[in-house]
Design a protein around this ligand. Structure first.
Ligand SMILES: O=P(O)(O)OC[C@H]1O[C@H](O[C@H]2O[C@H](CO)[C@@H](O)[C@H](O)[C@H]2O)[C@H](O)[C@@H](O)[C@@H]1O
Length: 368
């Protein structure tokens, strides 16, 4: 079932951990053996195991199907169509209004306080494209981000490796958190309010580096026969892209990822936009990365600092949640379809993100 069409509000699936398979199967073994009916207990064990594997693979497949409903909705609008024609989208906008039309409200609280800007990369600063190596940022967007960073402490928080996202963004005046926040450099000196502090490197999953290399190779090998599959090593996590894989083969992708992950109980799978993300099971995400950045940049004073986080993906929800729970700042979801979100506001696409960033700069210049 394609969940993207079953409900007007899309609930992003929770992470799926194939390593669960190990504990589930070992717990179930005695039951399978004792349940009898089959002459060989071994056969029962493997039948149970196969059943559980099937459940996990199907769970992964459901998550894959629901992870990128945009195309379908765009098609529904027809050529030149707009989300405004979709009543579900209009209803959702009343809960998660446009950050552009709500701009005055957003900055109303900011007088005398400091705004800090956090930006996701793919789907936020660059449009989603078929080839992950070609997700370039436009020069106009780069200029907008550069200007924002002149006036506000600014960080990119991406699922990409830090190196790759730096190569795309090409701006020195920012902080970068790559690998979903597992690789952070705080090096924007003019915004580091803790004077004299050296640029910091923070890598909470350092011990996983050899494991990630290994799993990346295994995934590459396992999926090499699937047309359109693409494995991207993001240093502390690995992306298995299926955007260009025929839908009939998605289950094979799910099965192969599941099989590879059986040998890596300390890794888990989450899903993004047409991508399965393999990462360490550590308690670290983009939300934790934002907290870390606020702390290390001397911006932890929730009375006087307003963090704004803009992102489009399931992984950005962790950051939106942190801001909501701290009761400080705003999450802004980039989406053209209604989604369950912890964000307060929304923007439709990277062009609206650019307009919002430019508005922030204009507002700041006026208020100086
Ligand atoms: O946290 P982000 O900066 O948003 O990174 C999340 C993933 O983004 C990239 O994949 C997504 O964008 C690709 C290019 O537009 C697209 O082809 C793919 O389908 C999307 O999932 C990146 O390639 C992944 O490694 C990141 O994890």
């Amino acid at each position: 079932m394609d969940m993207s069409t079953s409900s007007p509000v899309i609930t992003d699936p929770v992470s799926i951990s194939p390593p669960l398979l190990g504990s589930l199967t070992s717990n179930m073994m005695p039951f399978s053996v004792m349940s009898g009916g089959c002459s060989s207990p071994g056969m029962n064990v493997s039948a149970s195991r196969r059943k559980i594997e099937e459940v996990l693979v199907n769970g992964l497949l459901d998550a894959m199907k629901s992870s990128s409903p945009r195309k379908k909705h765009n098609l529904a609008f027809g050529p030149g169509g707009s989300p405004d024609e979709d009543p579900a989208y209009t209803a959702w906008m009343s809960k998660c209004p446009s950050a552009l039309t709500s701009f005055k409200q957003i900055v109303a609280n900011a007088h005398g306080r400091k705004i800090a800007v956090f930006l996701d990369y793919d789907g936020t600063l660059s449009p989603i494209v078929d080839d992950p190596d070609k997700a370039f940022m436009s020069p106009a967007m780069r200029a907008a981000v550069r200007n924002v960073a002149k006036y506000f402490p600014t960080a990119i928080v991406s699922g990409r490796s830090r190196k790759k996202v730096c190569e795309f963004v090409k701006l020195k005046e920012l902080c970068y958190a790559g690998s979903h926040g597992m690789d952070i450099v705080t090096s924007a000196p003019e915004h580091n309010t803790e004077k004299g502090k050296e640029a910091n490197l923070f890598q909470p999953a350092l011990e996983f580096l050899p494991m990630i290399d290994e799993v990346s190779k295994s995934l590459l090998e396992a999926t090499s026969g699937i047309k359109g599959a693409n494995v991207e090593n993001n240093k502390f996590c690995v992306s298995v892209h299926y955007r260009n894989v025929a839908e009939k083969d998605w289950k094979v992708v799910a099965r192969l990822v599941n099989e590879v992950l059986e040998a890596f109980p300390r890794l888990k799978v989450t899903n993004g936009r047409m991508v399965l993300e393999v990462r360490p099971v550590i308690d670290w995400d983009k939300g934790k990365a934002v907290e870390f950045l606020l702390q290390s940049l001397g911006l932890n004073d929730s009375e006087n600092v307003i963090p704004i986080y803009i992102g489009d993906d399931r992984t950005d929800e962790d950051a939106f949640k942190v801001l909501r729970e701290r009761n400080c700042g705003y999450g802004i979801l980039v989406s053209q379809v209604p989604k369950d979100t912890e964000a307060f506001y929304s923007l439709r696409d990277p062009s609206e993100v650019m307009a919002f960033l430019n508005s922030l700069v204009r507002w700041k210049k006026h208020s100086l």
